[in-house]
Design a protein around this ligand. Structure first.
Ligand SMILES: [Zn+2]
Length: 348
Protein backbone atom coordinates (compact mmCIF):
# COMPACT_ATOMS: atom_id res chain seq x y z
CA UNK A 1 0.00 0.00 0.00
CA UNK A 2 1.35 3.43 -0.96
CA UNK A 3 1.44 6.47 1.28
CA UNK A 4 -1.43 8.05 -0.67
CA UNK A 5 -3.79 5.15 0.06
CA UNK A 6 -2.61 5.04 3.64
CA UNK A 7 -3.48 8.69 4.11
CA UNK A 8 -6.92 8.10 2.58
CA UNK A 9 -7.45 5.20 4.94
CA UNK A 10 -6.30 7.26 7.91
CA UNK A 11 -8.83 9.90 6.92
CA UNK A 12 -11.65 7.41 7.39
CA UNK A 13 -10.77 7.02 11.09
CA UNK A 14 -12.79 8.89 13.68
CA UNK A 15 -11.10 11.49 15.89
CA UNK A 16 -10.05 9.08 18.62
CA UNK A 17 -8.72 6.67 16.01
CA UNK A 18 -6.69 9.47 14.44
CA UNK A 19 -5.35 10.44 17.84
CA UNK A 20 -4.29 6.86 18.47
CA UNK A 21 -2.57 6.78 15.10
CA UNK A 22 -0.66 9.96 16.00
CA UNK A 23 0.58 8.39 19.25
CA UNK A 24 1.55 5.25 17.37
CA UNK A 25 3.57 7.15 14.78
CA UNK A 26 5.18 9.36 17.40
CA UNK A 27 6.31 6.36 19.43
CA UNK A 28 7.74 4.80 16.28
CA UNK A 29 9.78 7.80 15.19
CA UNK A 30 10.97 8.40 18.75
CA UNK A 31 12.36 4.90 19.11
CA UNK A 32 14.13 5.06 15.76
CA UNK A 33 15.97 8.23 16.72
CA UNK A 34 16.70 6.96 20.24
CA UNK A 35 18.17 3.74 18.85
CA UNK A 36 20.47 5.77 16.60
CA UNK A 37 21.52 7.88 19.59
CA UNK A 38 22.04 4.78 21.72
CA UNK A 39 24.32 3.20 19.13
CA UNK A 40 26.32 6.44 18.83
CA UNK A 41 26.76 6.42 22.58
CA UNK A 42 27.76 2.75 22.65
CA UNK A 43 30.46 3.64 20.12
CA UNK A 44 31.76 6.55 22.22
CA UNK A 45 31.78 4.69 25.52
CA UNK A 46 33.22 1.48 24.15
CA UNK A 47 36.14 3.30 22.65
CA UNK A 48 36.69 5.85 25.39
CA UNK A 49 40.30 4.66 25.80
CA UNK A 50 40.84 4.37 22.06
CA UNK A 51 39.96 1.60 19.65
CA UNK A 52 40.59 -1.92 20.93
CA UNK A 53 40.19 -5.13 18.96
CA UNK A 54 37.47 -7.28 20.58
CA UNK A 55 39.18 -10.43 19.33
CA UNK A 56 42.76 -9.94 20.55
CA UNK A 57 42.54 -6.75 22.68
CA UNK A 58 45.34 -4.89 20.87
CA UNK A 59 45.15 -1.22 19.96
CA UNK A 60 46.49 -1.62 16.43
CA UNK A 61 43.15 -0.93 14.79
CA UNK A 62 42.31 0.95 11.63
CA UNK A 63 39.03 2.04 10.14
CA UNK A 64 38.02 -0.34 7.38
CA UNK A 65 35.16 1.10 5.34
CA UNK A 66 31.50 1.30 6.18
CA UNK A 67 28.70 -1.20 6.03
CA UNK A 68 25.02 -0.61 5.50
CA UNK A 69 22.34 -1.55 8.03
CA UNK A 70 18.70 -1.51 7.08
CA UNK A 71 16.64 0.02 9.86
CA UNK A 72 13.13 1.32 10.03
CA UNK A 73 14.54 4.82 9.45
CA UNK A 74 16.08 3.63 6.21
CA UNK A 75 19.62 2.55 5.50
CA UNK A 76 22.26 3.60 8.00
CA UNK A 77 25.98 3.45 7.32
CA UNK A 78 28.13 2.18 10.15
CA UNK A 79 31.87 2.08 10.66
CA UNK A 80 33.78 -1.15 10.25
CA UNK A 81 37.29 -1.64 11.69
CA UNK A 82 40.15 -4.02 11.09
CA UNK A 83 42.78 -5.17 13.55
CA UNK A 84 46.32 -4.99 12.15
CA UNK A 85 47.43 -7.67 14.58
CA UNK A 86 44.89 -10.49 14.08
CA UNK A 87 43.52 -9.07 10.79
CA UNK A 88 39.92 -9.69 11.82
CA UNK A 89 37.26 -7.09 11.17
CA UNK A 90 34.72 -5.88 13.68
CA UNK A 91 32.22 -3.12 14.30
CA UNK A 92 30.89 -1.20 17.29
CA UNK A 93 28.42 -3.95 18.12
CA UNK A 94 30.71 -6.97 17.81
CA UNK A 95 30.47 -9.14 20.94
CA UNK A 96 27.59 -7.10 22.34
CA UNK A 97 23.99 -8.26 22.81
CA UNK A 98 23.14 -6.23 19.69
CA UNK A 99 25.58 -8.08 17.47
CA UNK A 100 24.08 -8.79 14.04
CA UNK A 101 20.69 -7.44 15.03
CA UNK A 102 18.50 -6.27 12.18
CA UNK A 103 16.15 -4.49 14.54
CA UNK A 104 18.15 -2.03 16.63
CA UNK A 105 15.07 0.22 16.95
CA UNK A 106 13.15 -2.52 18.75
CA UNK A 107 15.86 -3.11 21.36
CA UNK A 108 15.29 0.31 22.90
CA UNK A 109 11.61 -0.51 23.38
CA UNK A 110 12.44 -3.97 24.64
CA UNK A 111 14.72 -2.48 27.31
CA UNK A 112 11.81 -0.29 28.39
CA UNK A 113 9.66 -3.40 28.80
CA UNK A 114 12.43 -5.10 30.77
CA UNK A 115 12.52 -2.20 33.19
CA UNK A 116 8.73 -2.47 33.49
CA UNK A 117 9.09 -6.22 34.02
CA UNK A 118 6.71 -7.29 31.24
CA UNK A 119 6.40 -10.96 30.36
CA UNK A 120 7.92 -12.03 27.05
CA UNK A 121 4.49 -12.64 25.56
CA UNK A 122 3.39 -9.16 26.51
CA UNK A 123 6.61 -7.73 25.01
CA UNK A 124 5.97 -9.60 21.75
CA UNK A 125 2.44 -8.22 21.71
CA UNK A 126 3.63 -4.67 22.35
CA UNK A 127 6.14 -5.02 19.53
CA UNK A 128 3.18 -5.93 17.29
CA UNK A 129 4.46 -9.41 16.57
CA UNK A 130 7.58 -8.13 14.80
CA UNK A 131 9.63 -10.40 17.05
CA UNK A 132 8.42 -13.66 18.57
CA UNK A 133 8.52 -14.23 22.32
CA UNK A 134 11.06 -17.00 21.66
CA UNK A 135 13.48 -14.55 20.04
CA UNK A 136 12.83 -12.12 22.89
CA UNK A 137 13.84 -14.81 25.35
CA UNK A 138 17.32 -14.75 23.79
CA UNK A 139 17.37 -10.94 23.70
CA UNK A 140 16.56 -10.93 27.40
CA UNK A 141 19.34 -13.34 28.27
CA UNK A 142 21.93 -11.59 26.10
CA UNK A 143 21.22 -8.35 27.94
CA UNK A 144 21.37 -10.19 31.27
CA UNK A 145 24.62 -11.96 30.36
CA UNK A 146 26.04 -8.45 30.08
CA UNK A 147 24.43 -6.98 33.22
CA UNK A 148 25.73 -9.99 35.16
CA UNK A 149 29.23 -8.71 34.49
CA UNK A 150 28.63 -5.33 36.10
CA UNK A 151 31.20 -5.33 38.89
CA UNK A 152 30.53 -5.05 42.61
CA UNK A 153 32.94 -2.45 43.96
CA UNK A 154 34.72 -2.93 47.31
CA UNK A 155 32.34 -2.65 50.26
CA UNK A 156 32.60 0.26 52.65
CA UNK A 157 31.93 0.17 56.39
CA UNK A 158 29.00 -1.93 57.59
CA UNK A 159 28.12 -4.87 55.34
CA UNK A 160 24.83 -6.70 55.85
CA UNK A 161 24.90 -10.24 54.59
CA UNK A 162 22.26 -12.95 54.48
CA UNK A 163 21.38 -15.98 52.43
CA UNK A 164 18.10 -16.96 50.89
CA UNK A 165 17.01 -20.05 48.97
CA UNK A 166 15.34 -20.77 45.65
CA UNK A 167 14.07 -24.19 44.60
CA UNK A 168 16.31 -26.00 42.12
CA UNK A 169 14.52 -25.88 38.78
CA UNK A 170 15.02 -27.23 35.30
CA UNK A 171 12.17 -25.18 33.89
CA UNK A 172 12.12 -25.20 30.09
CA UNK A 173 14.07 -28.43 29.79
CA UNK A 174 12.15 -30.85 27.60
CA UNK A 175 12.96 -34.05 29.44
CA UNK A 176 13.52 -34.12 33.16
CA UNK A 177 14.82 -37.55 33.96
CA UNK A 178 15.98 -37.56 37.55
CA UNK A 179 12.79 -36.60 39.30
CA UNK A 180 9.16 -35.83 38.71
CA UNK A 181 8.70 -32.31 37.36
CA UNK A 182 7.23 -29.76 39.74
CA UNK A 183 4.47 -27.50 38.58
CA UNK A 184 4.97 -23.73 38.62
CA UNK A 185 7.65 -23.41 41.25
CA UNK A 186 6.08 -25.92 43.63
CA UNK A 187 7.40 -27.09 46.95
CA UNK A 188 10.67 -28.70 47.96
CA UNK A 189 10.66 -32.47 48.28
CA UNK A 190 12.76 -32.47 51.44
CA UNK A 191 12.20 -30.53 54.61
CA UNK A 192 14.76 -27.95 55.64
CA UNK A 193 17.71 -26.90 53.51
CA UNK A 194 18.81 -29.58 51.08
CA UNK A 195 20.48 -29.86 47.69
CA UNK A 196 16.99 -29.26 46.29
CA UNK A 197 17.39 -25.64 47.35
CA UNK A 198 19.78 -23.25 45.72
CA UNK A 199 21.51 -20.81 48.01
CA UNK A 200 21.67 -17.15 47.00
CA UNK A 201 23.90 -14.81 48.97
CA UNK A 202 23.17 -11.11 49.18
CA UNK A 203 25.64 -8.68 50.75
CA UNK A 204 24.98 -4.98 50.85
CA UNK A 205 26.73 -2.01 52.38
CA UNK A 206 25.06 1.20 53.48
CA UNK A 207 25.97 2.92 50.20
CA UNK A 208 23.73 0.23 48.66
CA UNK A 209 26.62 -1.44 46.85
CA UNK A 210 25.18 -4.92 46.39
CA UNK A 211 26.53 -8.36 45.70
CA UNK A 212 24.01 -11.07 44.87
CA UNK A 213 25.16 -14.43 43.68
CA UNK A 214 24.21 -18.07 43.35
CA UNK A 215 26.39 -20.07 45.75
CA UNK A 216 25.16 -23.56 44.90
CA UNK A 217 22.91 -26.29 46.26
CA UNK A 218 22.29 -26.67 49.98
CA UNK A 219 23.71 -24.81 52.94
CA UNK A 220 26.42 -22.16 52.65
CA UNK A 221 29.99 -23.36 52.91
CA UNK A 222 32.70 -21.05 54.24
CA UNK A 223 34.96 -21.66 51.21
CA UNK A 224 32.17 -20.71 48.79
CA UNK A 225 31.52 -17.62 50.86
CA UNK A 226 35.09 -16.44 50.45
CA UNK A 227 35.13 -17.16 46.72
CA UNK A 228 31.98 -15.11 46.34
CA UNK A 229 32.65 -12.00 48.38
CA UNK A 230 36.15 -12.31 49.83
CA UNK A 231 37.50 -10.00 47.15
CA UNK A 232 35.05 -7.22 48.07
CA UNK A 233 35.78 -7.17 51.80
CA UNK A 234 38.65 -5.61 53.73
CA UNK A 235 39.49 -5.62 57.45
CA UNK A 236 37.81 -2.22 57.83
CA UNK A 237 34.40 -3.78 57.17
CA UNK A 238 31.95 -4.74 59.92
CA UNK A 239 29.79 -7.74 59.08
CA UNK A 240 26.15 -8.02 60.15
CA UNK A 241 24.64 -11.43 59.48
CA UNK A 242 22.04 -13.83 60.77
CA UNK A 243 23.02 -16.42 63.36
CA UNK A 244 24.17 -19.05 60.87
CA UNK A 245 27.47 -20.62 61.91
CA UNK A 246 29.21 -20.37 58.54
CA UNK A 247 29.09 -16.58 58.81
CA UNK A 248 30.70 -16.61 62.26
CA UNK A 249 33.53 -18.89 61.27
CA UNK A 250 34.04 -16.86 58.11
CA UNK A 251 34.18 -13.55 60.03
CA UNK A 252 36.64 -15.12 62.50
CA UNK A 253 38.85 -16.47 59.77
CA UNK A 254 38.92 -13.07 58.04
CA UNK A 255 39.40 -11.20 61.31
CA UNK A 256 36.31 -9.08 60.73
CA UNK A 257 34.18 -7.41 63.39
CA UNK A 258 30.88 -9.27 63.38
CA UNK A 259 27.35 -8.78 64.70
CA UNK A 260 24.86 -11.65 64.61
CA UNK A 261 21.09 -11.40 64.56
CA UNK A 262 18.48 -14.10 64.99
CA UNK A 263 16.37 -14.45 61.86
CA UNK A 264 13.08 -15.25 63.57
CA UNK A 265 11.12 -12.55 61.81
CA UNK A 266 11.42 -10.17 64.74
CA UNK A 267 13.30 -7.00 63.87
CA UNK A 268 16.46 -6.72 65.89
CA UNK A 269 18.86 -3.81 66.05
CA UNK A 270 22.08 -3.15 67.93
CA UNK A 271 22.42 0.58 67.41
CA UNK A 272 23.36 1.12 63.79
CA UNK A 273 24.01 -2.62 63.34
CA UNK A 274 21.20 -4.70 61.87
CA UNK A 275 20.32 -6.77 58.79
CA UNK A 276 17.09 -5.04 57.88
CA UNK A 277 18.33 -3.64 54.57
CA UNK A 278 19.45 -7.00 53.29
CA UNK A 279 16.27 -8.65 54.56
CA UNK A 280 14.09 -6.16 52.76
CA UNK A 281 16.22 -6.64 49.63
CA UNK A 282 15.43 -10.37 49.87
CA UNK A 283 11.73 -9.78 50.15
CA UNK A 284 11.72 -7.32 47.23
CA UNK A 285 13.70 -9.86 45.20
CA UNK A 286 11.32 -12.73 46.01
CA UNK A 287 8.27 -10.64 45.25
CA UNK A 288 9.74 -9.50 41.93
CA UNK A 289 10.72 -13.10 41.03
CA UNK A 290 7.14 -14.29 41.61
CA UNK A 291 6.12 -12.91 38.21
CA UNK A 292 8.24 -15.52 36.44
CA UNK A 293 6.56 -18.51 38.15
CA UNK A 294 9.94 -20.00 38.96
CA UNK A 295 13.05 -19.61 36.81
CA UNK A 296 15.47 -22.29 35.62
CA UNK A 297 18.37 -22.49 38.05
CA UNK A 298 20.82 -22.19 35.17
CA UNK A 299 19.47 -18.68 34.54
CA UNK A 300 19.10 -17.68 38.19
CA UNK A 301 22.27 -15.58 38.17
CA UNK A 302 20.87 -13.65 35.20
CA UNK A 303 17.70 -12.80 37.09
CA UNK A 304 19.68 -11.76 40.17
CA UNK A 305 21.69 -9.38 37.97
CA UNK A 306 18.50 -8.01 36.45
CA UNK A 307 16.95 -7.33 39.83
CA UNK A 308 20.16 -5.81 41.16
CA UNK A 309 20.09 -3.43 38.22
CA UNK A 310 16.48 -2.33 38.49
CA UNK A 311 16.66 -2.14 42.28
CA UNK A 312 19.57 0.28 42.02
CA UNK A 313 19.08 4.00 41.58
CA UNK A 314 19.06 3.47 37.85
CA UNK A 315 15.79 1.60 37.75
CA UNK A 316 13.35 4.41 37.05
CA UNK A 317 11.83 4.11 33.63
CA UNK A 318 13.08 7.38 32.19
CA UNK A 319 14.34 7.89 28.67
CA UNK A 320 17.94 8.30 29.78
CA UNK A 321 17.83 5.20 32.01
CA UNK A 322 16.50 3.10 29.16
CA UNK A 323 19.32 4.26 26.95
CA UNK A 324 21.86 3.74 29.75
CA UNK A 325 20.77 0.16 30.33
CA UNK A 326 21.22 -0.61 26.64
CA UNK A 327 24.53 1.24 26.41
CA UNK A 328 25.90 -0.36 29.59
CA UNK A 329 24.97 -3.83 28.51
CA UNK A 330 26.91 -3.28 25.29
CA UNK A 331 30.09 -2.42 27.18
CA UNK A 332 30.59 -6.00 28.36
CA UNK A 333 31.62 -8.76 26.01
CA UNK A 334 28.72 -11.12 25.38
CA UNK A 335 29.50 -14.01 23.11
CA UNK A 336 26.51 -16.16 24.04
CA UNK A 337 24.72 -17.28 20.92
CA UNK A 338 21.08 -18.43 21.07
CA UNK A 339 22.33 -21.99 20.84
CA UNK A 340 24.77 -21.53 23.72
CA UNK A 341 22.10 -19.95 25.91
CA UNK A 342 19.67 -22.75 25.21
CA UNK A 343 22.14 -25.51 25.95
CA UNK A 344 23.65 -23.89 29.03
CA UNK A 345 23.76 -26.21 32.01
CA UNK A 346 23.53 -25.45 35.68
CA UNK A 347 26.35 -23.08 36.50
CA UNK A 348 27.22 -21.34 39.71
ZN1 LIG B 1 42.79 -8.31 16.88
Amino acid sequence: MGLKELKKLADTLDDSGKQELIFFLQSRTKCVSSSVRAIDEIQEQKHKDGLVCPHCQTHAVVRFGKYVVKTRAGEVKRQRYRCKSCRQTFNDLTNTPLQRTRRPHLWVRFIEFMIEGYSLRKCAEELLGEVTHVTLFYWRHKILAALKQMPTEAFQGIVEMDETYFLYSEKGKRKIIERKPRKRGGKAIYRGISKDQVCVLVARDRQKMTYSGVLGGGRIQTTKLDEAIGGHLSDSNVLCTDAWRAFSSYANAKGLAHYRFKSDGKQRVKGVYHIQNVNSYHSRLKKWMDRFNGVATKYLQHYLAWFRYIDSKEYENTASNKKNMLVKSCLFAVTDTNEKLRLATYFC
